[in-house]
Design a protein around this ligand. Structure first.
Ligand code: SAM
Length: 251
């Protein structure tokens, strides 16, 4: 997959290019990144790309001609959608990440200052995506969030594909708790269900924890989820155990 990013700070993406799973994805040829700096499309020697907003007020706005030229250059390389990272966009979900990762290519547009001249967004952008209800200084970190989330979903990138399917949000539940050696740590033990190699016991414990953690932390996720008989009974057990533990600790 190819992702082109329109940004005045391409150097920030060294973190994605040089570290972790995205670096491996690039090395293995699963991911190709391209960068387009609007400053390279400015017409003055100061490489200016921003100006004061019409109507007054604080801050600066990225100018339409420079951003449009950079975007069109990027689009000439990648045939996919243009996505503007914006706090006003639809909040990113794991489902949307998977859809993006299914291709085709993407062009990501990162804003700075007060944002980008609206005429660029009206004419060139297919979709706006937010990483949450808060405002960061630029679209670069949101673009990297999207890239890193997508990379994990690209076929062949994760060694063990099961690990995506079992992760939070993939099946409408949060992930179960994880443990590794040592078996005892500061008087706290690994749950006995995970020891001894009984695969069905382990599966049921994990499913029960995933259901229970989702009920405790994100009950909204359970509202529209259809539970199988087994899932409903495991969740009931989890709720009873949690209530009993609460009563014990309050005595
Ligand atoms: N004036 C804008 C507003 O209030 O909606 C915020 C501009 S913000 C300081 C500069 C840039 O950061 C935006 O153009 C956008 O690209 C990016 N940005 C900020 N918060 C974001 C978020 N939550 N999700 C995605 N992009 C964001």
């Amino acid at each position: 997959m190819r992702i082109d990013v329109v940004t005045i700070f391409p150097q920030m993406f060294q973190a994605v290019e040089n570290c972790g799973m995205s670096r491996v994805a690039i090395e293995k040829g699963h991911l190709e990144l391209g960068f387009w700096d609007p400053r390279d499309y400015a017409e003055d020697s100061y490489r200016r790309i921003d100006d004061r907003p019409y109507g007054g007020g604080p801050g600066m706005v990225m100018q339409a001609p420079q951003v449009t030229r950079a975007l069109r250059a990027a689009k000439s390389q990648a045939s996919g959608k243009v996505v503007y990272l914006s706090p006003q966009g639809r909040t990113l979900t794991q489902e949307r990440v998977r859809e993006f990762a299914g291709g085709p290519n993407l062009v990501l547009l990162a804003g700075r200052y007060e944002g980008i001249d609206q005429r660029v967004l009206d004419a060139e952008v297919d979709e706006e995506i937010s990483i949450g209800d808060y405002v960061v200084a630029g679209g670069e970190l949101p673009a990297m969030v999207l890239i890193e989330a997508m990379v994990r979903c690209l076929p062949g990138v994760l060694g063990n594909h099961e690990s995506i399917d079992a992760e939070s949000f993939s099946n409408g539940l949060l992930d179960w708790p994880h443990y590794t050696r040592p078996e005892e740590f500061e008087d706290r033990s690994v749950p006995s269900e995970l020891l001894g190699g009984d695969h069905d016991k382990i599966r049921r414990w994990r499913l029960k924890q995933a259901l229970g953690q989702t009920w405790l932390r994100r009950p909204d996720l359970l509202k529209d989820k259809h539970l199988s008989d087994e899932e409903a009974s495991l969740l009931r057990e989890f709720k009873i155990q949690t209530l009993e533990q609460g009563q014990e600790s309050s005595q």
